[in-house]
Design a protein around this ligand. Structure first.
Ligand SMILES: [Zn+2]
Length: 50
């Protein structure tokens, strides 16, 4: 029985929450993605946040 986990990815620069992932199960460690931030208007690091 996999529990659904919603992961929120927030820009590390402006803390804007830009991306959401629906993940089947928990993964070890913090996720960090280089994603485009509309607020910063550039690619920034996005980190998993609760
Ligand atoms: Zn940003």
């Amino acid at each position: 029985m996999a529990e659904r986990v919603i992961i929120t990815m927030a820009c590390d620069v402006c803390k804007n929450r830009n991306y959401y992932f629906d993940r089947g199960k928990k993964q070890e460690g913090k996720l960090v993605f280089k994603k485009f931030c509309k607020n910063c208007e550039k690619h920034t690091e996005h980190k998993e946040t609760k």
